[in-house]
Design a binder for this molecule. Structure first.
Ligand code: MLT
Length: 402
C-alpha cells in the first residue's frame, strides 16, 4: 500500500505528444493533480480556503529525467522541504512504478495570499499535515537549528549516528540501519539533501555539525558513536572540534583529513556552476561512474540506478551549498593525533576512485590506535556496495569498544 504522501497516477494517451511522450503541459498538471489528491486524502482540498488563503505558485523548477508513455503508472512523492511564515516549498518526484525509473523532479515555491493578493501565514493545519503525516518511509522530520531535517531512528541501546556524503542521503545506510541490533541507529538527511529542507543559503561544515548536535539534543541523545562517509567525515571533524566530549567512538569511511587544493577548490566552483546550469541529473551522470567501483557497476547494475536516482533527486540549492562547504573546509590533519583515547575505525573501499584508499592509510597512521579496514570490491560507497562486509566491520568495532 502506497504511503499517504505517495500518489499514483496513470499517463493517458491524450496527455502525450505525437511521438507518445508525456508532454510538458500534462506533466505540470500531473504534478498539480498529485498535490490536490494528497490533500483530498488528508485534511481536504479546502484546507487553504478554510483558512481564507490560497497557495499562489511563485517559482517552479522541473528537471525531466526520462520519458513517460501512455499506460505508465507514475508514483508522485510529495515532501515539504521548507516552511516559512507565509511561504513554503514542496519537492515532488515522479517515478515509474514498473521499473522505478526517476521520470522527473520538481520544486514549487508557494506564497499563501489573501483575496487582495497579500501574503498571509501558511495554514497551521497544512503545515502540521505535511510535517507529521507525510513523512517518508521510517523517517520523521524534526526542526532543529532553523531547518526541518528528515531523520530515521531505529532500535535501542548505545547510539550511533550515520552521516552520509555528497550528494547522497540516509538511504546509503540501509543495511547498517536494518542490521545493527542492540544499538540505537540514527541516520539523518543533511540539510540540502534527501528529504531535509534545502534553504538557498546557509551551508558550511560548522552549520552541518551544529545541525547534528541539535538533532541529537532533540532526540535526547548525549554521547554517540559517530560514523561518517566522505563529506559526512568532513562534517564529523568539525563536530569533534566542537563537541569532542559527546563522541564515544568514530568511524571514518571513504574520507580524508586534508583540505581541498587550489585546483580542487576551482573544480568545486565549476561543479556548482554546472549544477546550476544543467541541474542535478547532469551532476548524477558525471558522478555515478566515479563513485561506484567498476566491479560494483558490473556486478550490481541496479546500484547504478539507485545511486543515480539519489543524486538526481538532490535539490540544486543543497548541491551548491555542499560544494561551497567542502571547498571552504579546514584541513583536519592536525586534529587526528589529538583523537588519542577516542576509539576509531578507518574504513575504505579498495577500488575508491574519488578518494584513494591511501587517504585512509594516512589517517589510520595519524590517529593513535586506529583500526584500518579495506573492503575489497567496494568503491566510494562501501555501506551500499559491500553492505554485509561493511556492517560486519562496524559491528566488530562496536563490540570491541563495548
Ligand atoms: C562525498 O562523497 O561526500 C564527496 O564526493 C566528497 C568530496 O567530493 O570531497
Amino acid at each position: 500500500m502506497a504511503h499517504p504522501s505517495e500518489i499514483d497516477l496513470t499517463v493517458y494517451p491524450d496527455e502525450c505528444d505525437a511521438f507518445g511522450h508525456l508532454n510538458q503541459a500534462s506533466f505540470l498538471s500531473l504534478f498539480e493533480r498529485a498535490r490536490w489528491e494528497m490533500l483530498a486524502r488528508g485534511p481536504g482540498m479546502d484546507v487553504f480556503t478554510r483558512a481564507g488563503t490560497w497557495p499562489a505558485v511563485r517559482k517552479t523548477t522541473i528537471d525531466y529525467h526520462a520519458a513517460a508513455f501512455p499506460g505508465d503508472v507514475l508514483r508522485f512523492h510529495q515532501v515539504l522541504t521548507h516552511r516559512g511564515r507565509t511561504s513554503f516549498t514542496m519537492r515532488q518526484t515522479a517515478r515509474r512504478l514498473g521499473d522505478d525509473t526517476l521520470i522527473a523532479t520538481a520544486e514549487f515555491v508557494f506564497v499563501c495570499v489573501n483575496r487582495d493578493g497579500r501574503p498571509i501565514p501558511v495554514p497551521e493545519e497544512f503545515g502540521a499535515f505535511m510535517s507529521v503525516r507525510h513523512d517518508s518511509g521510517d523517517a520523521r522530520r524534526l526542526t532543529v537549528n532553523g531547518v526541518n531535517l528528515a531523520v530515521e531512528s531505529r532500535g535501542e541501546g548505545p547510539a550511533i549516528l550515520f552521516v552520509h556524503g555528497y550528494p547522497f542521503d540516509r538511504s546509503i545506510w540501509r543495511d547498517q540501519m536494518e542490521s545493527l541490533d542492540g544499538y540505537r541507529r540514527i541516520a539523518p538527511d543533511l540539510r540540502g539533501m534527501g528529504q531535509s529542507d534545502a534553504p538557498d543559503l546557509g551551508y558550511g561544515m560548522g552549520i552541518y555539525a551544529d545541525d547534528l548536535a541539535s538533532l541529537l539534543d532533540a532526540l535526547g541523545v548525549n554521547d554517540v558513536v559517530l560514523c561518517g562517509l566522505s563529506m559526512g567525515g568532513y562534517v564529523l571533524f568539525e563536530f569533534l572540534r566542537r563537541w569532542r566530549n559527546r563522541a564515544r567512538g568514530l568511524v571514518l569511511i571513504a574520507t580524508r583529513a586534508e583540505a581541498d587544493s587550489t585546483e580542487a577548490r576551482r573544480a568545486r566552483d565549476a561543479a556548482a556552476a554546472s549544477a546550476r546550469e544543467h541541474g542535478a541529473a547532469s551532476v548524477a551522470d558525471t558522478m555515478v561512474p566515479k563513485v561506484l567501483a567498476p566491479s560494483s557497476q558490473e556486478r550490481a547494475p541496479e546500484l547504478v540506478t539507485q545511486v543515480r536516482n539519489i543524486m538526481a533527486a538532490t535539490p540544486v540549492a543543497g548541491m551548491v551549498g555542499a560544494l561551497a562547504a567542502m571547498r571552504d573546509r579546514l584541513d583536519s590533519t592536525g586534529l587526528l593525533p589529538t583523537l588519542a583515547g577516542l576509539p576509531t575505525l578507518v574504513l575504505a573501499g579498495e577500488e575508491d576512485l574519488l578518494i584513494a584508499p591511501d587517504a585512509a592509510r594516512r589517517m589510520a597512521s595519524l590517529i593513535p590506535n586506529a583500526r584500518l579496514a579495506l573492503i575489497p570490491g567496494a568503491g566510494h560507497i562501501p555501506p551500499l556496495e559491500r553492505p554485509s562486509e561493511t556492517t560486519a566491520e562496524i559491528r566488530e568495532f562496536l563490540r570491541i569498544i563495548g
